[in-house]
Design a protein around this ligand. Structure first.
Ligand SMILES: *Cc1c(COP(=O)(O)O)cnc(C)c1O
Length: 374
């Protein structure tokens, strides 16, 4: 079944009560028992499971080709749950470039609990191999990475992780299951910030993990999800499931527009460098074509000639791109990343990150042209 069909089929909800075509919202935190003590349905308490959450979890697992889906209150809560499966003394290896808050979470919150973190250039499998330690238990791969859009070879990195006895997890937020299928490439876990493309409308906060196998790790994570309680509300699950139904259409259109805008930016004299794996000039273009055959995503970054102030001025002149953090919504956003990360982040001072929305391509291109022309 094509993923577009699957996204719609998997979010259907058989409603014996009223025959509703769209799932009703189950706000109830608790579920009734029969006189004999057995639950009337399949649910007992919403922290453990809820009909709206189950729809979302089942659909996400289907779209990623996994056995188990687990939804969380945010992308960070999903990552946290995975890190909570580790023990003091375990080592996590992550990319040099990646979502800044993920690295801070690993280093500062989990560092205090005895988890070691180091980073490597994930675009270079030999460098990753060399960075593996005897206690490496998790290889965290974000590809394409946010904000520099580095592309890592998931199949090669999953092999390295498995030889070391480590779990390979992929943050698939930027690519979405429409463009990239990490589990089929050998990864064990996929993580999403459903806040981004899956929600798609910048109106919900959510996260998810999808596991290839329903084994020990899935059992541990189910337990952590239910006991630590970092779960999404029924309404946020409902919104995310609604977003999934149009994910394919949105992501393919946004990705195609991003490629056109990346090409346009590359032709502009005020632009120093464009970071986008869909460009033939990109160092990982061939790998990206193999790994993301349907498109390279709607996230792109570029550096502005003239440095920090010049980048800030270009962002300041944009009219259609809203200056705001986040990505994946139908509205185009721009962000000057360095000031929102930290002085020690590897992000260049003059980098602008763009999330391409669903506005008309010509309008977006004109807006970029006027902002760059000053
Ligand atoms: C936003 C984001 C996250 C964190 O997700 P939240 O939903 O904000 O907690 C993690 N990884 C990537 C790539 C992101 O863009």
């Amino acid at each position: 079944m094509h993923p577009d069909t699957l996204a719609i089929q998997a979010t259907r909800f058989p409603d014996a009560n009223a025959g509703a075509v769209i799932a009703p919202l189950y706000l109830s935190t608790t579920f009734e028992r029969h006189p004999d003590g057995n639950l009337m349905g399949e649910y007992g308490y919403t922290r453990a499971d809820n009909p709206n959450r189950r729809v979302l979890e089942t659909a996400l697992a289907a779209l990623e080709g996994g056995a188990v889906g687990l939804a969380f209150a945010s992308g960070q809560a999903a990552t946290t749950a995975l890190l909570q499966t580790l023990r003091p003394g375990d080592h996590v290896l992550a990319g040099v470039d990646g979502y800044w808050a993920t690295l801070v979470l690993m280093r500062e919150v989990f560092g205090a609990w005895g988890i070691e973190l180091s980073t490597a250039d994930l675009t270079d499998p030999e460098a990753v191999q060399a960075a593996i330690r005897p206690n490496t238990r998790l290889l965290w791969v974000e590809t394409p990475s946010n904000p520099q859009l580095h592309v890592a070879d998931v199949a090669a990195l999953a092999r390295i992780a498995h030889e070391a006895g480590a779990v390979c997890a992929v943050d698939n937020t930027a690519a979405t299951p429409v463009l990239q299928q990490p589990l089929a490439l050998g990864a064990d876990v996929v993580m999403h910030s459903t806040t981004k493309f899956i929600g798609g409308h910048s109106d919900l906060l959510g996260g998810a993990l999808v596991l290839r196998e329903n084994g020990d790790l899935a059992q541990r994570l189910r337990q952590i999800q239910s006991l630590t309680g970092g779960v999404p509300s029924p309404f946020d699950c409902w919104l995310a499931a609604r977003g999934l139904r149009t994910l394919g259409l949105r992501v393919r259109a946004q990705s195609a527009a991003a490629l056109e805008l990346a090409r346009f930016l590359e032709s502009q004299s005020n632009v120093e460098e464009v970071f986008y794996p869909g460009l033939e000039s990109n160092a990982r273009h061939e790998l990206a074509r193999r790994q993301m055959p349907e498109g390279f995503g709607a996230l792109l970054s570029f550096t502005v000639r003239g440095g920090f102030d010049a980048a800030r001025a270009v962002a300041g002149r944009l009219k259609l791109f809203t200056r705001a953090t986040s990505l994946g919504g139908v509205e185009s956003l721009v962000e000057h990343r360095k000031p929102v990360e930290s002085p020690e982040s590897p992000t260049p001072d003059h980098l602008l990150r763009v999330s391409v929305g669903l506005e008309r391509l010509e309008d977006l291109r004109e807006d970029l042209a006027q902002a760059l022309a000053g």
